[in-house]
Design a protein around this ligand. Structure first.
Ligand SMILES: Nc1nc2c(ncn2[C@@H]2O[C@H](COP(=O)(O)OP(=O)(O)OP(=O)(O)O)[C@@H](O)[C@H]2O)c(=O)[nH]1
Ligand SMILES: [Mg+2]
Length: 462
């Protein structure tokens, strides 16, 4: 593939703030020229004598030759670099001022400030990686658990691309078979051909379906399963959040209506990231702020994938509790009976009859009892009810999932068209559409707009 970029870009690639070291990265045809102007190596070598991929100690100086920082600099010669272009990396001290001054000097020498993800975008445009691998880079950066990291790493090596390429090549074979063996003007396709085509489309459809399944689990892995703690005021929701994250994250008091805003924290249950959402207790109230908090809780309830319905064992069931039970009828939920360290005031049989959930877990958020059982129940629910599985896991994002779904729909249409003996041209069209769609995952048939949107999600300097 040709090298498409022509200007030179630069950015601070490390986290902006104070740190041990900071890295300013430059990529593009002018990289070496720019670095030569501002770098004074301690070695007696001239800049063009510096070896590829070797760290050199030296100073970065400004136009008056004043030292800005002592750094380690490395040059990377195209094409074996992250972007496939000439690159320079300057390892400076990790202070904000030093990094900004160095970046400023680089820009003064003619580089342009890189857009988010532009280094990776160039790696894609220059053909070093395909689109699904580029998206894996961002998954690696954002991975919330070890499992998420390992799946993203697998994708970076091209595991998803490989599967997509295989399916696309199978689809091309079907198209070739149609072109070679079927005479279009003739109305009837020979039985053997028809059987062959139908079988091949079905197999391809099943393979896409497999990937879709893996993508569903991949989505949980990448974003975390949104899990909302729902309950009346004072039942111990914030105490449960704190017990799950093992720190005093949310304010806990004995005053009903303590939590007003939404508090979110991630926990890791056997490698699955779970986003725990603590909310305002639901009750009738005239307090303006609390009311807003309750509205927010209700909004999040709609979007939550899993609900932990909390009931306080130390007080009688109220109308509010019963209303909440009604609210979660259509949700995947676990009932959590809290404060089991206190004297029992509710009839547990009644709760069992009322709640629609399969699992009821007894805990004491205060004493950290039953928390492991609850985690176990969450894990079981995710694997059993939500079909989360380690098998065939792919770190597909929403975009990739949608593409797979659409490709699957096209193949379904092709099968239907075969079933009702539509003209073979129609079948051919559907197969072609599926083939094109799948190309959007690897980036073979993707539009400029989609590429732009994907890389906008990256951080600057990656
Ligand atoms: N004995 C006992 N007290 C608990 C337990 N869990 C929570 N509490 C107490 O119950 C009170 C309310 O706890 P919170 O965690 O603030 O309850 P909440 O549901 O978040 O309340 P709001 O935010 O007001 O809706 C506090 O005094 C907690 O210490 C428990 O398991 N046992
Ligand atoms: Mg609270």
């Amino acid at each position: 593939m040709k090298i498409v970029s022509c200007d030179t870009i630069a950015a601070i690639s490390t986290v902006i703030g104070e740190g041990g070291i900071g890295i300013v990265r430059i990529s593009g045809p002018e990289s070496f020229k720019i670095a030569e102007k501002i770098f004074r190596p301690k070695t007696k070598k001239k800049f063009n004598e510096l070896k590829n991929r070797t760290l050199y100690l030296g100073n970065i100086v400004d136009s008056k030759n004043d030292i800005i920082d002592e750094v380690l600099l490395a040059i990377f010669k195209a094409p074996y670099t992250y972007t496939r272009e000439d690159m320079v990396e300057i390892n400076c001290h990790g202070g904000l001022t030093a990094q900004k001054r160095i970046l400023g000097l680089v820009l003064d020498q003619g580089a342009r400030m890189a857009e988010p993800g532009e280094f990776t975008k160039r790696a894609f445009l220059n053909g070093r990686i395909d689109l699904s691998q580029a998206e894996a880079v961002i998954d690696i950066i954002r991975a919330k658990t070890d499992k998420a990291l390992s799946v993203a790493n697998r994708q970076l090596t091209g595991s998803l691309s490989k599967k997509i390429k295989e399916i696309r090549s199978d689809l091309l074979n079907i198209l070739a078979h149609i072109a070679a063996n079927i005479d279009f003007p003739e109305e009837d396709i020979p039985e053997a051909d028809s059987e062959f085509i139908l079988k091949e489309i079905t197999v391809a459809g099943e393979r896409v379906k497999e990937l879709l399944k893996g993508a569903g689990s991949g989505r949980i892995l990448r974003e975390g399963l949104s899990t909302l703690i729902l309950g009346n005021t004072n039942v111990g929701k914030s105490s449960l959040l704190n017990a799950l994250v093992k720190e005093e994250r949310a304010i806990v008091t004995d005053i009903p209506g303590t939590t007003r805003d939404i508090i979110e924290e991630y926990i890791d249950i056997k490698g699955i990231p779970i986003k725990i959402i603590d909310t305002a207790g639901i009750r009738q109230t005239s307090d303006k702020v609390e009311k807003i908090g309750i509205e927010r809780a209700m909004k999040h309830l709609k979007e939550a994938e899993l609900v932990l319905l909390m009931i306080d064992i130390s007080r009688k069931l109220t109308r509010d509790d019963k209303n909440l039970i009604e609210l979660i009828r259509d949700k995947t939920a676990i009932t959590v009976i809290n404060k089991v360290d206190l004297p029992v005031e509710v009839n547990e049989d009644e709760i069992e009859q009322l709640v629609p959930t399969e699992r009821i877990i007894r805990i004491s958020a205060l004493k950290h009892e039953g928390i492991e059982e609850l985690k176990e129940a969450i894990f079981d629910t995710v694997t059993e009810k939500m079909g989360f599985s380690d098998e065939g896991l792919i770190a597909a994002g929403e975009r990739q999932r949608k593409v797979l779904q659409e490709a699957h729909d096209f193949l379904d249409m092709a099968i239907d068209a075969m079933d009702i003996h539509m003209p073979i041209e129609m079948v051919e069209l559907d197969i072609r559409d599926a083939w094109e769609k799948l190309g959007e995952i690897t980036g073979d048939t993707v539009s400029e707009d989609i590429i732009t949107t994907i890389f906008q999600k990256f951080c600057i300097g990656k």
